[in-house]
Design a protein around this ligand. Structure first.
Ligand code: ATP
Ligand code: MG
Length: 508
């Protein structure tokens, strides 16, 4: 009960049935400080923060604000105590404007729109936000939506802000902009807690780092006194290697030949413009680009989910026969026996069924297997067990509903399932997004293992350092066009950065 702390959480325990999500955790944060909350997937970060923001109540433990005990029974009560949380999944109303969302639920009918607008603009000026109060949410980019969420929390008078993986969906530029704002808020005396799995961000923006492991509090360190390796070891509990091996596959052969692929969206905008490349067996082909450069459309076109206007996608089945994939539905592609696996960007939307357990979700996948598969597929429960073990999925059991798992663990289930389907072409979009650093490296190793088995891997990524270490070649997309295909063993970050923005001026 120290007055110097904006917030003190003492001996916090939270259980969900058999799961002890938080086990007697202590956490302290001061004003004028950015605290990074770090821990592996399922270590209890979101749960702990949900208790500060009034979504859950602790089973045991006490919370103090400025030295006085507080009880937080609901998000509204959290606001009354000046605590606001920006959740990973935004809770905005799509048909409302920014301003409407910000003031929503605050005034009992008697609303002075002009005054509200003024207050919003004041907040924006003070911390450097850039929003259009009249813009409707459905017209906004992810980063704009996030800005609205933050302004909403500030509008309610929060001086203790919690951000749960705010950068997971932001571009590097947007992340930098967010960090500038967080620093402004910190200088203004606010207390900020940020959850992120990206250690370079932790090093960049935080003053202190608090580490959780398997629901327990491990300790807090000064950011200036630590480094990514030390933090990783602290998180995992033993030393882990942060190196990616990149073995060379001996006989690469073309597996997927894409020629002149052109896709146009519903509004008539060209999303992919005469894209041509070859994906080889035994190779990881990285795909780089500013977000929205056509990455999503490319993978979806190959899997039959996005309409193709022109061009061809040929799958070479190894017996000398080509299969033209353009014009085929995903179902047809599977029935033809084309072994393709896909980890999409939108996990729960397309990939998994939340109410089912791991086994059920495995079954879903093997069910979809074409009749062409002669080898008897492994039993779903066997697969589920293997994925659980290999990726260390934190779950009470393979039949526990997937939606109850932590964000990162849901992700592991999907990636694990796709890899274990033994595909010939494996495509992943942002495979490690939301995954802790240890699991990210496990995924890199699994992808490399697949490559050495002769799989053609297409890896859409956002971290250029990882692309340069993991991939064999990197295809750079810019505005739906191929800006270049480079040898990842020789290319530099600068070179790729330039290619990523190559056609930008023409567009504007
Ligand atoms: N509503 C719930 N019902 C059942 N179990 C839950 C619930 N919320 C969280 N859990 C469990 O509590 C544990 C901690 O989850 P939490 O979401 O806090 O982890 P996290 O550290 O935020 O992980 P990630 O980095 O993956 O987001 C997990 O084992 C999770 O399955
Ligand atoms: Mg979480």
């Amino acid at each position: 009960m120290d007055k110097n702390y904006a917030i003190e959480m003492l001996g916090i325990t939270k259980r969900f049935g058999p799961v002890v999500a938080n086990d007697s955790i202590d956490l302290r944060i001061c004003r004028g400080e950015i605290l990074a909350l770090l821990g592996e997937n399922g270590s209890g970060k979101t749960t702990l923060m949900n208790m500060l923001s009034g979504i859950y109540q602790p089973d045991e433990g006490e919370i103090y604000k400025d030295g006085g005990r507080i009880y937080i029974q609901s998000p509204r009560e959290a606001y009354d105590h000046g605590i606001g949380m920006i959740h990973q999944h935004y809770k905005l109303i799509e048909v409302f404007t920014a301003a409407q969302n910000i003031i929503l639920g605050l005034n009992d009918g008697r609303l002075d729109i002009a005054a509200a607008d003024r207050k919003v603009m004041e907040i924006c000026d003070r911390y450097g936000f850039d929003i259009d109060p009249e813009k409707k949410v459905y017209d906004m980019s992810v980063s704009q939506k996030q800005t609205v969420e933050i302004v909403k929390v500030l509008y309610r008078g929060a001086d203790i802000l919690i951000l749960d993986e705010p950068t997971a969906v932001l571009t590097p530029q947007e992340t930098q902009r967010l960090f500038t704002i967080l620093r402004n808020m910190k200088d203004d005396g606010k207390a900020i807690i940020i959850i992120t799995h990206k250690l370079h961000e932790v090093m960049d923006v935080s003053d202190k780092v608090a580490v959780l492991r398997k629901g327990r509090y491990i300790g807090t360190v000064q950011t200036s006194q630590t480094d990514p390796q030390a933090l990783t070891d602290m998180m995992v509990g033993h030393s882990v290697s942060l190196n990616i091996e990149r073995p060379l596959y001996q006989n690469p052969e073309p597996k997927l030949i894409v020629e002149g692929l052109t896709c146009v969206d519903e509004e008539g905008i060209t999303r992919l413009d005469k894209v041509s490349f070859t994906a080889n067996t035994g190779e990881i082909l990285g795909v780089a680009g500013i977000s929205g450069s056509g990455q999503k459309e490319l993978l979806e076109a190959i899997t039959g989910l996005y309409p193709v206007k022109a061009g061809s996608i040929r799958f070479l089945d190894g017996t000398g026969t080509d299969v033209e994939l353009v014009g085929m539905s995903p179902k047809k592609i599977r029935e033809t026996g084309v072994g393709m696996a896909f980890v999409p960007e939108d996990r729960l939307g397309m990939g998994l069924v939340g109410s089912m357990g791991m086994t059920g979700n495995m079954l879903l996948r093997s069910w979809k297997k074409g009749k062409g598969a002669l080898v008897r597929r492994k039993e779903p429960s066997e697969l589920a067990e293997r994925v659980m073990e290999e990726l260390e999925v934190v779950t009470p059991g393979i039949d526990y509903p997937v939606r109850r798992l932590s964000g990162g663990n849901v992700q592991k289930v999907l990636v694990g399932r796709e890899i274990s389907s033994e595909p010939e072409v494996l495509m992943t979009a942002y495979a490690v997004r939301g995954l802790d650093i240890n699991t990210s490296y496990t995924i890199y190793n699994l992808l490399t293992e697949q490559k050495m088995r002769g799989v053609a891997v297409i890896y859409v990524g956002e971290d250029l350092d990882v692309l340069l270490e993991l991939a064999d070649r990197i295809l750079v997309l810019c505005g739906g066009q191929v800006a270049g295909i480079v040898d990842a063993r020789k290319a530099t970050k600068e070179e790729i950065g330039l290619l990523m923005t190559q056609f930008r001026t023409e567009e504007a």
